[in-house]
Write a protein that binds this ligand. Structure first.
Ligand SMILES: NC(=O)C1=CN([C@@H]2O[C@H](COP(=O)(O)OP(=O)(O)OC[C@H]3O[C@@H](n4cnc5c(N)ncnc54)[C@H](O)[C@@H]3O)[C@@H](O)[C@H]2O)C=CC1
Ligand SMILES: Nc1nc(O)c(N)c(N[C@@H]2O[C@H](COP(=O)(O)O)[C@@H](O)[C@H]2O)n1
Length: 453
């Protein structure tokens, strides 16, 4: 019963909350398409890499444009060939904060701080690094795409998404594909980053059927409580549709959302077959359609980008002792997409890092993490966040690992209770870190400070 209540509150959270915004809503992709050279900052000369044919990177409404003029300002802080002799990648720390150093209004939520121009700048940085690294907390809170959506950036130039910690990404149901039920047979067919095709070896471990039933029941009961299903013939009204559309993605649950909706559809069909429900009665089919059309039932955005040929498959870094077994459904899925779990030695040699706020969860040693990435061929990495990752990487003892810092500062105070960047300070010192040769630039309404450490 307690599990059921948890499940109900989970669905209430998922369906009822919405992302937080700070007045920079216009920073969403659709409006960023206009983030061009007329946005008030100086011109750039370094065009984004276009080594891959444009046809590999479909452009669409979410494509960003960064004026070729501004890259000159960033050039001194970007990875260079000379960094390749280091045992760790060229590491850029880059994130957006409010005037009071918050990354987000509260833990577990995404806050849009960057305006269109600085967001395009961040995507330019993505195009200049071999990898983007985030913590599992950010993967959960933001469900990020983690690709570079600048116009003209081909798949070869996409950064490798790297998530540190146990990220329970949402994914399509491999069992469904095996059944060849026509729902999404193309999932692994030519859309994995390496162009792998399905090998028919997708007999994933069976889902906990009791847990699934519980989720379906809880999910449906929350929908019913809100009048979103079973209300009246004719399906959901516009108001309800917009509520559902405004809800954040369904993600990161222990049960695949594809499984969940498949099960619900089966129940619905049984009721229709037995005459308990008219085919057009109630709104679940329509609701399911909305959810499906938004891709919420399918897969985390980062993996969707892989399927759509718009990004590389993620690597997930976990303590070596916690790599999931080869039979694990997520691991199998990830590997079929071209991604990997990578084990990092568990011994944390940086004794000072425990002093950083929120770094209790940062158990892995950053030197180990970055050395491993370098040994895996990653020459440059852009660390985006969130709070735990940034505060622990900036903690005393790790400074030498950071080559560049590029911080976007939005003209807003988020107030108390946010996810704050405030690294630990060595006892007796007057600052935690100070940037060398800092340069301040304006991108639209945001200030961007670049520097070396
Ligand atoms: N404004 C911005 O530019 C950004 C904002 N954010 C925000 O930050 C918030 C997320 O921050 P946090 O909750 O602090 O999560 P986080 O993204 O820093 O991830 C923390 C988790 O990652 C794993 N992890 C991190 N470092 C590790 C290490 N050294 N060893 C082993 N595991 C490690 C652990 O599982 C830990 O619980 C979200 O609200 C997100 O929206 C995130 C990125 C950028
Ligand atoms: N530059 C920047 N500005 C903000 O206001 C942000 N909230 C973030 N967040 C980071 O960007 C990721 C989202 O990436 P996608 O656009 O979905 O690819 C998010 O996960 C944070 O790492 N960054």
């Amino acid at each position: 019963m307690a599990r059921f209540r948890d499940s109900i509150s989970h669905w209430k959270d998922v369906l009822g909350s919405s992302k937080t915004h700070t007045g920079n809503e216009k920073s969403d992709e659709k409006s960023t398409t206009t983030a061009k050279a007329d946005s008030g900052h100086s011109s750039l000369s370094n065009p984004p890499p276009t080594s891959a044919p444009l046809s590999t990177m479909p452009s669409g409404p979410d494509t960003l444009q960064f004026p070729a003029a501004s890259s000159e300002q960033l050039a001194p802080y970007l990875p260079t060939k000379s960094s390749s002799s280091k045992t760790t990648p060229f590491t850029t720390l880059t994130f957006a904060t409010s005037l009071d150093a918050s990354l987000a209004l509260q833990p577990g939520t995404q806050t849009h701080l960057s305006g269109p121009e600085s967001k395009a700048m961040t995507h330019y940085l993505r195009s200049q690094h071999a990898a983007i690294l985030i913590g599992a907390g950010t993967a959960r809170a933001d469900d990020p795409g983690l690709n570079c959506r600048l116009e003209g950036v081909g798949l070869d130039s996409q950064p490798r998404p790297i998530v540190v910690g146990n990220w329970e990404f949402a994914f399509d149901d491999l069992d469904d594909e095996d059944e060849g039920n026509g729902e999404d047979d193309s999932i692994l067919d030519g859309h994995t980053e390496d162009g792998l095709t399905e090998d028919g070896d997708a007999d994933g471990e069976s889902v906990d059927s009791a847990a699934l039933d519980e989720h379906v029941e809880a999910f449906t009961s929350v929908l019913k409580e809100r009048g979103w299903v079973g209300a009246k013939p004719g399906g959901v009204g516009e108001g309800i549709k917009s509520q559902v559309e405004a809800a954040p993605p369904l993600r990161n649950d222990s049960v695949s959302h594809a499984q969940l909706l498949k099960k619900e559809k089966e129940k619905q069909k049984e009721k229709i077959d037995s005459g308990d429900l008219e085919e057009d009665e109630g709104s679940f089919p329509e609701l399911t359609q909305i959810i499906s059309s938004k891709g919420w039932d399918r897969v985390s955005r980062c993996l969707r980008a892989v399927k759509e040929g718009k990004g590389k498959a993620p690597w997930i870094l976990v303590p070596a002792s916690q790599i999931p077994p080869a039979t694990d459904r997520r691991r199998k899925y990830l590997e079929k997409m071209g991604g990997r779990y990578i084990g990092i030695s568990d011994s944390n040699s940086n004794t000072d890092s425990s002093a950083a706020p929120g770094s209790g969860a940062a158990s892995l040693d950053w030197t180990q993490i970055l050395t491993t990435l370098k040994s895996e061929g990653i020459d440059s990495v852009m660390v985006e966040g969130g709070g735990t990752v940034i505060n622990s990487l900036m903690a005393p003892g790790y400074e030498d690992l950071i080559d560049s810092v590029v911080v976007t500062i939005a003209p807003v105070w988020l107030g108390q209770g946010g996810v704050v960047v405030s690294p630990a300070r060595k006892a007796g010192s007057k600052a935690a870190l100070r940037l060398k040769s800092p340069k301040w630039c304006l991108f639209g309404e945001d200030a961007v400070v670049c520097g070396r450490v």
